[in-house]
Design a binder for this molecule. Structure first.
Ligand code: DGL
Length: 309
């Protein structure tokens, strides 16, 4: 079992911010990363649809095979973590609980903000996770769906002259108009007195410097990637499934996408901060045929599972 890779998936490229932390924490482990870029974004979709995607990709990873699955997408975690934990035999880790834990640990005045996709924020998963850890914490949430588009466009450096773009960090280019839009989303959160802000979407660490500039230095930004990586280490360790000996760091990773493999490799290399030499394409038709009838039946079970990330 320990020689099997770790499976990580997201709606697209954002989950690579989690993959890079897992790779940093466990340099001798192999990773199979699955980016569902053909169906990105998940954020505005119905949670039941996202739950089906979780079953499809989880089944694909299970067959890869992998020894553990990380749902490196907040929306998919909020929609389908409990479902995935029920459906798959290998351990499944999401990103909501680790992010909430890091925020609860970091806040001093016990006022925490969360930004994420519409699906994540409307699910209430962060509020529940934070309050389960500390009932005295107040959580203020705002959906910032346009931030996902900003990251996607920034990675592709969408249409426009170069001088219309600002490189806020080495990770992603943004247009100057981003700041006005971001202020619209974030000013109410600032006014609510939060001292900690969770980047509740795996795309958002790529905008970290720009978001920090808008909220100011007094608000601490939390990305769940490091805490999630820690949970991966602990889970594998407790099961005796950590790789023994030392392979070559970074060797043997596999990258799969439902979109264009060449584009995934090019853009993914920027997010991962490591060159992805090749990505494989997995067809949506193939994914749709993988899930057994029994597993599809799980989708019919109580919808409360859908929001207990
Ligand atoms: N990476 C996804 C998340 O963490 C957001 C992108 C999407 O909407 O698919 O929620």
């Amino acid at each position: 079992m320990e020689t099997l890779p770790i499976g990580i998936f997201d709606s697209g490229l954002g989950g690579l911010t989690v993959a890079r932390e897992v790779a940093r924490a466990l340099p001798h482990e192999r990773i199979v990363y699955f980016g569902d870029t053909a169906r990105c974004p998940y954020g505005p979709r119905d949670l039941t649809e996202v739950r089906r995607f979780v079953l499809e990709i989880g089944t694909w990873l299970e067959r890869a095979p992998v020894k553990l699955i990380v749902i490196a997408c907040n929306t998919a975690t909020a929609a389908g973590l409990m479902l995935a934990q029920k459906a798959f035999d290998v351990p499944v880790i999401g990103v909501v609980e680790p992010g909430a834990r890091a925020a609860v640990r970091a806040t001093v005045n016990r006022s925490v903000g969360v930004i994420g996709t519409i699906g994540t924020i409307e699910s209430g998963a962060y509020s529940r996770a934070a309050r389960a850890l500390d009932a005295g914490v107040t959580v203020f949430s705002v959906a910032t769906p346009k931030f996902v588009d900003v990251v996607e466009a920034g990675l592709r450096m969408g249409p426009g002259a170069l001088e219309e773009w600002v490189a806020e960090s080495s990770e992603v280019f943004i247009r100057p108009s981003f700041y006005e839009m971001a202020r619209g989303y974030l000013e109410p959160l600032k006014r609510s007195g939060i001292d900690t802000l969770v980047l509740g979407c795996t795309h958002f660490p790529l905008l970290q410097a720009a978001i920090q500039q808008v909220v100011g230095p007094r608000i601490r930004l939390i990305s769940s990637a490091e805490e999630t990586a820690r949970e991966v280490v602990e889970t594998l360790e407790s099961r005796g499934h950590l790789v023994r000996g030392s392979g070559t760091p970074g060797a043997g990773h596999r990258f799969c996408t439902t979109g264009d493999p060449a584009e995934f490799a090019r853009l993914g290399s920027r997010v991962l901060r490591e060159r992805i030499t090749a990505a494989e394409r997995v067809g949506l038709e193939e994914l749709a045929t993988l899930v057994s009838h029994d597993r599809l039946m799980l989708l019919r079970e109580g919808t409360e599972d859908a929001v207990c990330g």
